[in-house]
Design a protein around this ligand. Structure first.
Ligand code: C2E
Ligand code: CA
Ligand code: CA
Length: 715
């Protein structure tokens, strides 16, 4: 750390220097002349300042004000030193931007404790700020390009100022800086902003209140090094703003917190983009209803609640519109889309607030229904639902009447996994259709044929590898400009003699849970690299292979070594291999992912962030890790042209990724118009059914020579 001492008395400086040396190895510089010190500090970065209050040419408070205006030291830590204990000096100093205040003569222990705290906070803040600033500057840069359409991002990047607060825990008073008050719409002299904790805490969003208070408590009781919490605060205009609040307690010799100081920053802007991303990835763009992922998540929660308390019964309804295909065929797809859109509100109208109505796929909807103690409740509900659905609709000047078939599975102690309920509801739906449609059927055990349950999958999966049942399909990834195949993503399949070809979504989660994924993952690397070697030899030495890596695979200490051995054995250069990690792998991993990514990149192996925009998509992950590629999840891509809101979010995300120099791969390109949209956004690569689904290597010959037929080409 660089420390600067400014004091007009040389004896004071000597004493301070002696104390500061006890803080450890730091570079110390000192000045008796404050204007000279200021000149120096305009050019040199300082981490911590000790500034005397009384100085002849430029007093301490003015010195600090000037420091705050410099680009280089605008955020440095500052302690004002004074022989006077007058409160007004202290407040003046805080308003000018000081973090702490020490009075002479010093108590050495107090001096060291406060200085150490500030240094610790400073280090911590620097780390966080580097990330935040990086992100904000990326958003800022992206914003420049989007200025006309997204003015508000530009405004927000300018308002990156921090508000400061200082809480005297013994007196129960809090000092709020001018900027702090300004952030929630108050002038500094405003009466409502009384210097007490409730001024702050009463404005905290009710949903965030407990979180914040326990984080504060946690820190004050010394369980965390610093406070660092994101929450919503009510602005004077009644709206809530997202804030990040950072603070550190100052403790007495017994370790009791006596003062608590910190800062607060408005991060509403970042949150808004994140929330939009989150919304997009959990909702169906056409109907605006929750999508399959969100439905599954809610089902999982309901299932866990029920397992804990069997009185919390619920039902899963699988609903299929009976005539959508005919309508699509006779009136065209846009009529079909219109019909689906109108169905959403109808289904919702029959449900209660706690229930979930989701679009499962094409013409299928699912409903999570609560309060289903008696079969009578379910009967009533379904009768009302069928009646509501069959009310006539006018589409393209034609009156249309549709009906639906419904399959139902009720919560039951028999179920071990939530998805079994979906499978059973689906079976009941099948029965409803075969019994003549326009009806509902409750699932019964005897409807279950020989289809496997997840439990059967799990027991069989253990032997899949030794029985040679695991194989790989490959899906081409194309350069959107030249339409040439850049490489292939290896996608695992399980061929079982009874279950048939099992898709990965049905067994990878089970393998992850049981740890089998480690062996399966090793096998994926071996097969995919060996396949790439074949292609390099016979068709194209530039092809890349994209391999999915699960979280648990990273637990192996020798992951990188094993991978390097496979590459060496096959004579495949590391830069031809791209490992795909999903965001949750990176965030939730117990191992330091940064280190693994660094080792991989030192070895020349490429990495991709997979499924960006699905699930917990957080903009923070983007600048935090050094990716080569970002794969945008298909929930954001498929049918993009019909979703202007998703387009806006995606253009912002694309610009950020571009600024970070990541190459973008769009997943799930199903139509020519999807391809056009992402090409316009500057995505370099694309993957999806428009080009080819994943297929066995032998079936991909046409992607291995000439570019595909021109009809798929863009522009
Ligand atoms: P993913 O990594 O997101 O892989 C892309 C998935 O999207 C593949 O599904 C692919 O077939 C599908 N897809 C590609 N283009 C389109 C399109 O245009 N429309 C639609 N609707 N889908 C498209 P798949 O093969 O069923 O794989 C599902 C997931 O299973 C993968 O998602 C990946 O997370 C996981 N997985 C597959 N193979 C492996 C593996 O070897 N190891 C690990 N850990 N996970 C794997
Ligand atoms: Ca993938
Ligand atoms: Ca993906």
């Amino acid at each position: 750390m660089n420390i600067l001492i400014v004091d007009d008395q040389q004896t004071n400086i000597d004493l301070l220097e002696r104390l500061v040396k006890k803080l450890g190895e730091h570079t110390i510089k000192s000045f008796t002349d404050s204007p000279k010190a200021l000149e120096w500090a305009k050019k040199n970065s300082v981490d911590l300042f000790y500034v005397d209050y009384q100085m002849p040419d430029l007093n301490g408070v003015h010195f600090i004000e000037n420091i705050r205006k410099t680009p280089i030291n605008g955020n440095s830590a500052v302690i004002l030193v004074s022989s006077s204990t007058e409160k007004h000096i202290f407040y003046e100093a805080l308003d000018a931007g000081a973090h702490d205040f020490l009075t002479r003569p010093f108590d050495a222990a107090e001096f060291l404790a406060r200085s150490r705290n500030l240094i610790k906070l400073r280090k911590e803040e620097q780390k966080l700020q580097d990330r935040a600033l990086h992100l904000e500057s990326e958003i800022g840069r992206a914003t420049e390009a989007l200025r006309t359409s997204e003015e508000r991002y530009a405004l927000a990047t300018k308002a990156a100022h921090e508000g400061l607060w200082d809480w005297d825990l013994q007196k129960g008073r809090i000092y709020y800086s001018k900027q702090w008050k300004k952030m929630i719409g108050f002038r500094e002299d405003e009466d409502e902003c009384e210097n007490i904790p409730t001024t702050w805490l009463n404005r905290v969003h009710p949903e965030d209140y407990r979180g914040l208070v326990s984080a504060i408590d946690h820190h004050l009781n010394n369980y965390s090094e610093t406070l660092n919490w994101e929450y919503r605060l009510r602005h004077r205009d009644g709206s809530y703003r997202w804030m990040v609040c950072r603070g550190i307690a100052i403790r007495d010799e017994k370790g009791e917190a006596i003062r608590f100081v910190g800062s607060q920053r408005d991060i509403s802007d970042r949150k808004e983009v994140e929330e939009q991303l989150l919304h997009n990835s959990f909702h169906d763009p056409l109907t605006g209803l929750p999508n399959r992922s969100l439905f599954n998540e809610r089902l999982e929660q309901a299932f866990i609640r029920y397992k804990r308390d069997p009185s919390q019964q619920f039902a899963v309804l699988f609903l299929d519109l009976d005539r959508l295909k005919q309508i699509n065929d006779s009136l065209g797809h846009s009529a079909g889309d219109q019909l689906l859109k109108l169905m959403g509100p109808r289904l919702l109208a029959c449900c209660r607030e706690a229930d979930t109505v989701a679009r499962w796929s094409g013409d299928e909807f699912t409903i999570l229904l609560f309060d289903t103690e008696s079969m009578e409740d379910i009967d009533h509900f379904c009768e009302r639902l069928l009646k509501t659905i069959s009310r006539p609709i006018i589409i393209q000047h034609q009156e249309i009447v549709v009906s639906a078939s419904i399959g139902i599975a009720k919560s039951d102690p028999y179920y071990k996994h939530a998805i079994e309920m979906i499978q059973d509801a689906d079976l009941a739906l099948y029965r409803a259709k075969s019994e003549g449609r326009d009806r509902y059927v409750l699932f019964h055990q005897e409807m279950r044929g020989k289809g496997p349950t997840p439990f059967q999958y799990e027991t069989n999966l253990k032997h899949a590898l030794e029985k040679n049942q695991i194989l790989f399909y490959y899906q081409p990834i194309l350069d959107l400009k030249t339409q040439k195949t850049t490489g292939f993503e290896a996608l695992m399949r399980w061929r079982h003699p009874q279950f048939g070809l099992v898709p990965p979504d049905d067994f990878i989660p089970l393998a992850e849970e049981s740890g089998l994924i480690i062996d399966l993952g090793d096998y994926a690397i071996e097969c995919a690299v060996a396949q790439l070697k074949k292609w390099h030899k016979t068709v194209d030495p530039d092809l890349k292979i994209f391999i999915n890596i699960a979280k648990k695979q990273l637990f192996q200490k020798d992951f990188v070594v094993k991978l390097s051995n496979v590459l060496a054995k096959n004579h495949v250069a590391p830069h031809h291999v791209v490992l795909e990690f999903s965001e949750s792998t990176l965030i939730e991993s117990l191992v330091p992912v940064e280190e693994i990514l660094k080792t991989l990149s030192e070895k020349g192996i490429k990495v991709a962030l997979d499924d960006f925009g699905a699930g917990r998509a957080s903009l923070n992950t983007l600048p935090a890790f050094p990716f080569d590629y970002v794969k945008i999840d298909r929930s954001m891509i498929t049918r993009l042209a019909k979703n202007p809101k998703a387009q806006r979010t995606l253009s912002l995300v694309s610009l950020i990724a571009k600024n970070l120099k990541f190459k973008i791969i769009s997943e799930g390109i199903e139509t020519k118009s999807d391809a056009d949209e992402v090409h316009k956004l500057g995505h370099e690569y694309g993957q999806g059914y428009l080009y080819s689904p994943a297929r066995p290597a032998e079936d991909l010959k046409k992607f291995l020579k000439a570019p595909p037929a021109k009809k798929h080409a863009n522009g």
